[in-house]
Design a protein around this ligand. Structure first.
Ligand code: SF4
Length: 427
């Protein structure tokens, strides 16, 4: 089993979504759902440049008029959504992308106003996370975010070695990265997260250690270690098997280094300082999410939905151009999605829980689904490899299981989801 099949950040993946026909009104979609502790996600699909490893929904070089039109469309969407969910209360919020700080300070203010006044989020009591980049984490933007109560700022550094950043097709200078980190710390956010990438062409244990130590010098509350997923095109041209070995080796090195530095492992990718800033815990297995923006997903217990999905430049541009022209009425329905039946809900709960270091709580699963998880999903194959262990309370991944999360997650997809993903025409 290859260790790097795919990153399961949500189940099912958007490529399993299909156009909904007829398109259900949001009011019906949310009927009967528990809506008193929702997650509000705002998607900003703009970046200064396209990183070579990126497969997210984003476009570069958006002119100011397009950004303004996008914020206008978000307001129409927020109004229509609020009308359909009048009783919704939000327990947590995040702004992702893209690069949300592609927005200027005044545009960020508009976005946060919209979340507060239209969606009713109270940032004084609700944790707010936002993603940023070295080039856009400027003091004026950070001041807006700090003043509005942002609790977590996540910056994609990827590598503190300039040549590696170039190799990953993300040109940046170390001095710019350090200045951005200093500005984030100076703004006083409770939590800083730094993203790093391993598996870059030319990266060695020594240069990886250099990046890890450079990140640790800021004592961030969280660090994410991401394996690179886009094959290096330059230099040595590693064979697939060697690249897997390189990534597994660097993963183990990074994990051990962060554990020795006092961090705890939350998942294959996430490490955090114990006792760090925490807000309301959002439980992704069970809670609902309202996504605003053309790349955002929304989750109820029965339906996951979004707008159309694309990665290719031309298609992303076309989808954004269409989104900004949509009238308010167009936002009252769900467009594309995936309906979760009971077996898929069980499977989702399994996947999302098992890939966390603390593992799956068997009693919680039984309360929710009336069965023992191992009766529903015998995990013998993974247990046989030494990747899964169980006791009376939990089923969890072993350290080697966590190292192979990107093999285990995709292997747990249902045949139906696998078929939908396989037949998706990725544009
Ligand atoms: S900054 Fe993030 S979203 Fe933008 S292109 Fe790079 S990886 Fe993709």
């Amino acid at each position: 089993m290859r260790p790097y099949e795919g990153y399961v950040y949500a189940y099912p993946h958007k490529t399993a979504y299909r156009p909904l026909d007829p398109r259900p009104p949001l009011r019906d979609v949310w009927e009967g759902e528990c809506a008193d502790a929702l997650f509000l996600y705002l998607h900003v699909p703009f970046c200064e440049m396209r990183c070579g490893f990126c497969n997210l929904f984003t476009r570069t070089g958006a002119p100011a008029e397009l950004v303004a039109a996008y914020l206008d469309a978000l307001r129409r969407q927020a109004e229509a959504t609020r009308e359909a969910l009048p009783a919704a209360r939000f327990a947590t919020a995040a702004i992702g992308g893209g690069t949300p700080t592609y927005l200027e300070a005044a545009e960020l203010t508009r976005l946060l106003d919209l979340a507060e006044t239209t969606m009713g989020v109270d940032f004084a009591s609700v944790p707010l996370g936002i993603e940023t980049s070295p080039a856009t984490a400027t003091p004026d933007r950070l001041a807006v975010l700090a003043e509005r109560g942002a609790t977590r700022v996540s910056i994609g550094v990827q590598s503190f070695v300039d040549a590696e950043a170039r190799a990953a097709i993300r040109p940046q200078r170390r001095a710019e990265v350090e200045a951005a980190l200093a500005a984030i710390r100076a703004a006083g956010f409770p939590a800083l997260n730094i993203d790093l990438i391993y598996g870059i062409d030319g990266q060695t244990p020594a240069t990886w250690r250099h990046s890890l130590d450079a990140a640790l010098a800021w004592r961030p509350e969280e660090i994410y270690l991401y394996p690179l997923y886009v094959r290096p095109l330059t230099g040595l041209g590693l064979r697939a098997h060697d690249w897997d070995d390189q990534r597994l080796g660097l993963y183990r090195q990074g994990r051990d280094h962060l554990l020795a530095a006092g961090y705890e492992q939350v998942s294959m990718r996430m490490f955090r300082l114990p006792g760090g800033a925490s807000g309301t815990e959002y439980c992704c297995q069970t809670d609902g999410m309202v996504g605003l923006g053309c790349g955002a997903r929304s989750y109820t217990s029965r339906l996951h939905y979004s707008f159309e999905y694309a990665v290719g430049v031309r298609h992303v541009r076309a989808i954004i151009d269409e989104f900004v022209r949509l009238p308010r009425d167009a936002f009252t329905v769900a467009n594309v999605g995936f309906t979760l039946d009971d077996p898929e809900r069980r499977r989702r709960h399994l996947i999302q829980s098992l890939l966390q270091a603390e593992g799956l709580d068997r009693a919680l699963y039984k309360t929710r689904f009336g069965a023992d998880v191992l009766d529903d999903f015998p995990l013998d194959e993974f247990a046989g490899r030494g990747w899964v262990e169980e006791d009376s309370a939990h089923v969890r991944l072993t350290p080697e299981g966590l190292a192979h999360s990107d093999a285990i997650g995709p292997a747990l997809f249902s045949p139906a989801v696998r078929a939908l993903m396989g037949s998706y025409d990725l544009r």
